[in-house]
Design a protein around this ligand. Structure first.
Ligand code: MN
Length: 359
């Protein structure tokens, strides 16, 4: 296990590299260039600047998140081949600076969705991200985008970048004729073009699950169940086509057995990294994010860490979304304090599992 932390860059994050380095057991960051729009090439000087900053803080940058896939690739229309060529250049450029894994998703339009970004948890006065399908009511995608932007306290949210959503109506229109099987066909086309480049330069692509783990706004989504991942992985058999299993995203559907999903795909050598967080189910399609401890949410973190140790012990891990605690003002989900507590807890579980399993 390599414990890492998401970092948005010096100009975009309230958390500093020094903060991250001071969290015990932290080996690196999962990097992010928040100003890059989907389809754009990540230039070598931009990557070099980010990676060398991380390295000079004594941290590694072997995982990059959110090299977003352009909607033309997902819908198989317009300039798809141009954007795929750009993606290939980005893969090569990232490899030059020691990047080993790219986390991405193939979700139509929305990376993730919440109905409240700062829901008060009455028991302790902290707040966290929250979802209740009932609150969506009559709201359409445009209303929810507007509301999410208003509630993000001025921070741009990954997956909700303004430039990406500016053309939302047009993008939604593009999906009117895209069925699940068409989406998978376009996904396969993309993989077959980029995976040979990944194999050549040694970068693994890690698909992130849908969040929440079901289709929204009638858009086709395929990455939210074991069966969905089986379909996705069968599109291309290379081990460089892999998964980033995000426990909190998957757990929004209580039918997903997370330790079993990690075991299954870990054993097949198709798990490159894990995002670990916990959620508390409050009703049907109704949940809030919780502190990482098993006792605070629905997930058995001991079983999750044990599955990781047994079936994919070399993965990159990061504590995912934390609650907002101790009056911190930060990007929703991405404060320092609760994620640092999560990392310390996960490191403790890891030590216990390693000692138990190797006795
Ligand atoms: Mn995640």
């Amino acid at each position: 296990m390599k414990m890492t932390f998401r970092w948005f860059g010096a100009n975009s994050d309230t958390v500093t590299l020094e903060n991250i380095k001071q969290i015990p057991g932290m080996t690196g960051v999962m990097g992010f260039l928040d100003y890059k729009a989907a389809g754009e090439v990540w230039l070598t000087d931009e990557i070099e600047k980010y990676v060398s900053e991380v390295n000079s803080a004594g941290l590694e940058c072997e995982v990059i998140e959110s090299v977003n896939v352009h909607e033309d690739i997902k819908t198989g229309t317009g300039n798809r081949d141009k954007y795929i060529e750009n993606y290939k250049i980005t893969i090569r450029n990232l490899a030059k600076y020691g990047v080993k894994v790219i986390v991405y998703n193939f979700m139509p339009v929305f990376d993730w969705l919440r109905t409240d970004l700062a829901r008060l948890i009455p028991q302790d006065g902290s707040s966290s991200l929250y979802f209740n399908e009932k609150d969506l009511g009559e709201m359409g995608p445009l209303d929810i985008v507007k509301r999410t932007a208003e509630k993000s306290q001025g921070f741009s949210l990954p997956g909700w970048e303004p430039e990406r959503l500016a053309e939302l109506e047009k993008t939604l229109k593009q999906y009117e004729n895209i069925s699940e099987s068409k989406l998978l066909e376009n996904y396969k086309y993309f993989l077959n073009k980029i995976i040979p480049v990944c194999e050549e330069v040694g970068i693994t692509m890690a698909c992130h699950p849908d969040d929440p783990a079901w289709p929204i706004f009638n858009l086709p989504r395929v990455a939210h169940t074991q069966q969905g991942f089986e379909k996705i992985l069968s599109l291309n058999n290379s081990p460089y086509h892999s998964l980033c299993l995000c426990t909190g995203s998957l757990a929004s559907n209580p039918e997903n057995d997370i330790p079993s999903i990690i075991s299954k795909f870990g054993e097949l050598n198709r798990v490159a990294c894990l995002h670990i967080r916990n959620i508390k189910t409050l009703g049907y399609r109704h949940f809030r994010e919780s502190a990482h401890l098993s006792s605070e949410g629905d997930l058995d973190m001991y079983e999750i860490v044990k599955a990781m140790f047994r079936f994919c012990p070399n993965v990159y891990v990061r504590p995912d979304h934390g609650r907002m605690i101790w009056n911190e003002a930060a990007r929703p989900g991405y404060g320092l304090y609760d994620r640092a507590l999560g990392a310390a807890y996960l490191n403790g579980l890891w030590e216990a599992v390693v000692k138990n399993e190797t006795k």
